[in-house]
Design a protein around this ligand. Structure first.
Ligand code: FES
Length: 147
């Protein structure tokens, strides 16, 4: 089985039913994608599949063959910083930081689909449960990006 991850094809040895999350972390060493609930609820494992945000814990590796997968490591070319990441830094969003890759991936997909989201769009589509409660800083960071 081959998977397209961050613009490169990878030969995958994991079994076909292995969740994408574990292929990314354990086989490809892309540990920016985090494990939280394993049930598609918390969003810590959010990656992009064909440009849309999905929880990597809920899809089997075999089901995403031939589709473009992007992780936090591939969101922008090496050495560059995504505008969402810059806004996060400027606003000091992260606290413990664990869920932040998933949150940044969710927000990057949201802004690509809807460059001018309302507050309600933002509140309803962050898609990640943050136990540090960083949401007010997230909204502030996003507001600096979308006006
Ligand atoms: Fe995938 Fe929580 S670990 S949604």
């Amino acid at each position: 089985m081959q998977l397209s991850v961050n613009g490169a094809l990878h030969e995958i040895k994991s079994s076909a039913d292995t969740p994408l999350l574990w292929v990314l972390r354990d086989e490809l060493g892309l540990t920016g994608t985090k494990y939280g609930c394993g049930k598609g609820i918390c969003g810590a494992c959010t990656v992009h599949l064909e440009g849309s945000a999905i929880p990597a814990c809920t899809v089997a590796a075999a089901d995403v063959q031939g589709l473009a997968i992007v992780t936090i490591e591939g969101l922008v070319p090496a050495g560059q910083i995504h505008p969402v990441q810059q806004a996060w830094l400027d606003a000091g969003v992260s606290q413990c930081g664990y869920c932040q890759p998933g949150m940044i991936m969710a927000v990057a997909a949201l802004l690509r689909a809807n460059p001018n989201p309302t507050d309600a769009d933002l509140a309803n589509n962050i898609g990640v449960q943050c136990r540090c409660g960083t949401y007010p800083r997230v909204i502030r960071a996003l507001r600096t990006m979308v006006g």
